[in-house]
Design a protein around this ligand. Structure first.
Ligand SMILES: [Zn+2]
Length: 428
C-alpha cells in the first residue's frame, strides 16, 4: 500500500496496523473509536492477495482511486488477505449513533457514520430518508446533500439517496415504523420535485404500487432515471405485475414491511415469489440478513426461489455500530437491547436494524451454510449494478476494496476506499 508514495505490500506484511482494520466479532458491540481517526484511501498502492471469487493469487494495483491492474500472481503467502470489492449498502437510515432523519446533520456527524460504515466493510451507500412530511423530507435531503457537496470523502461514500416513503401502505403492519399520518399518494409533481432536488444523483424510491397515481409516478420516475422499488405494500399480484411493466426494478426488504402474521393462502410473500416465477422478470429483491428480520428458513427459501435476484441491505439505523440503548429514528425513539433487536419501547415490532454490513455477510453465510465469498457479491456488485454504480475487481473500476482475513468464525476487514479525509472538527 502506498500512502503519499511510500510502498508497503499488504499481502506480504499481513494485516495492516493502520487502524483501518476492523475486527468483527459476531454479536459483539463495539464503540467506533476508530471513527475519530483520520481515514482515507492511499493515493496509489498494490496488494498481493487472493481473489475473493476465484481464490487465485492476484496482484491488485491502484492509482488515484482507480484499479490499474489485476494480474495473476505465482503465489501468495499463507497469511495473505483476500481482496474483494467493498460492500455497497442501498438502505442505511443511520449508523454509529448518527440518525440520518434529522434536519441539521453536520459534516462531523456524517463523517462519523461514513467512517463507521467503512470500518464495517461498506465503502458506499445510499443515505436513506424515511416517511415524513414531504416538504420536510425534501428540505432534509437538500440539507444533507449540501453538506455532502463540501467534502470529497462524503461525496464518495454517499453514492446517492434512498427515499423510502411517504408513498407507502397505511395498513397496519405494512406501514412498519413509518408514520401513516405523513403518507400520501404520489403525483408527478412529487417525482419532478425529487428529481430536481437530487439533480443527477442515483435515487432509489420505495413506494407501494397500489396507491392512487403510483403507476403513473413510477413511469415518470423511471423516465427521469429514478429507480423504483416496491415495498411496504399489500398489492395484488396483478398490481405487482403492472408495477414491473411500469418500470419497478426492485422489491424492498422482502419479509418486512408487512404484518408479523399473514394469510397462509395469499400474502405479499407468496405474490412476490409468484411474480418472479417466470424467468426474465428483472426485479431485484433485498433481504435484511441479520437472522432477525428474515428467519433463516425464509432466507434459505428465498435463495432457492429467487437466486440471483437477491441483494442484501442492512436497513441500519443509528444503533448499528453502537452499544445498546435508546436511539432516534426521525421523530421516534427506539430501543435496542443486548439481543440487537430494534423495537418500539415496550413492543415486539421491529423497526430498522442494528446490523453492520460485515456482520450481514457473516449472518448470511451462517444461514446458507456457505463460505462468505458466496454471498459477498449480493452485498457489493449486485446492489451496485442495480444503481448503475461502477464496482468489481477490474482495471478501470474504482479502487473500492476490502482486504479480508478470516479470524476463526469472524472476518477482519480493512476497507480501502475514497479520498483522503479531513479531521473531525469535534462538532457533532
Ligand atoms: Zn422499510
Amino acid at each position: 500500500m502506498n500512502v503519499g508514495g511510500q510502498s508497503e505490500d499488504l499481502g506480504v506484511q499481513g494485516a495492516p496496523e493502520s487502524g483501518r482494520s476492523a475486527e468483527l466479532q459476531l454479536g459483539a458491540i463495539r464503540r467506533l473509536g476508530r471513527a475519530e481517526r483520520e481515514l482515507g484511501a492511499p493515493v496509489h498502492g498494490h496488494s498481493l492477495a487472493r481473489h475473493y471469487a476465484t481464490g487465485q493469487p492476484v496482484r491488485v494495483a491502484w492509482n488515484d482511486g482507480v484499479i490499474t491492474g489485476v494480474e495473476p500472481a505465482p503465489a501468495a503467502p499463507a497469511d495473505a488477505p483476500w481482496v474483494a470489492p467493498a460492500l455497497v449498502d442501498l438502505q442505511v437510515n443511520g449508523f454509529a449513533g448518527v440518525d440520518f432523519q434529522q434536519d441539521d446533520l453536520t459534516l462531523d456527524q456524517l463523517l462519523i457514520a461514513v467512517r463507521g460504515l467503512r470500518a464495517a466493510g461498506c465503502g458506499r451507500f445510499l443515505l436513506t430518508l424515511i416517511t415524513d412530511d414531504w416538504a420536510r423530507l425534501l428540505a432534509r435531503l437538500r440539507h444533507v446533500r449540501a453538506v455532502r457537496s463540501t467534502c470529497a470523502e462524503l461525496r464518495h461514500a454517499i453514492a446517492g439517496w434512498h427515499v423510502e416513503g411517504p408513498f407507502l401502505s397505511t395498513k397496519p403492519g405494512y406501514c412498519g415504523a413509518h408514520d401513516p399520518r405523513w403518507m400520501r399518494d404520489p403525483t408527478e409533481e412529487h417525482i419532478r420535485e425529487l428529481r430536481q432536488c437530487t439533480e443527477g444523483d442515483p435515487v432509489l424510491l420505495t413506494l407501494a404500487p397500489e396507491r392512487d397515481g403510483a403507476l403513473e409516478a413510477m413511469r415518470l420516475g423511471s423516465s427521469l432515471g429514478i429507480k423504483v422499488s416496491l415495498g411496504h405494500t399489500d398489492a395484488s399480484l396483478e398490481i405487482l405485475q403492472r408495477a414491473v411493466a411500469a418500470g419497478a426494478v426492485a422489491f424492498t426488504h422482502l419479509g418486512n414491511g408487512c404484518p408479523r402474521e399473514l394469510d397462509r393462502h395469499d400474502n405479499i410473500l407468496w405474490r412476490v415469489f409468484d411474480l418472479l416465477r417466470p424467468p426474465g422478470v428483472g426485479l431485484r429483491v433485498s433481504l435484511i440478513p441479520d437472522e432477525i428480520h428474515v428467519s433463516p428458513a425464509l432466507f434459505r427459501l428465498a435463495h432457492r426461489e429467487l437466486g440471483d435476484s437477491i441483494f442484501l441491505v442492512s436497513d441500519a439505523m443509528a444503533a448499528a455500530g453502537a452499544p445498546p440503548g435508546r436511539y432516534p429514528l426521525g421523530r421516534l425513539e427506539l430501543e435496542v437491547g443486548s439481543d440487537r433487536v430494534v423495537r418500539f419501547p415496550g413492543s415486539s415490532n421491529f423497526a430498522g436494524s442494528a446490523l453492520r454490513p460485515d456482520e450481514g455477510v457473516l449472518c448470511a453465510t451462517r444461514m446458507l451454510g456457505c463460505g462468505w465469498q458466496k454471498v459477498w457479491n449480493q452485498f457489493s456488485e449486485v446492489p451496485a449494478s442495480l444503481m448503475n454504480l461502477p464496482a468489481g475487481l477490474a482495471v478501470g473500476a474504482p479502487a473500492n476494496l476490502c482486504l479480508i482475513k478470516p479470524v476463526g468464525d469472524t472476518l477482519s476487514v480493512e476497507t480501502l476506499c475514497g479520498p483522503k479525509a479531513p479531521s473531525l472538527q469535534g462538532k457533532t
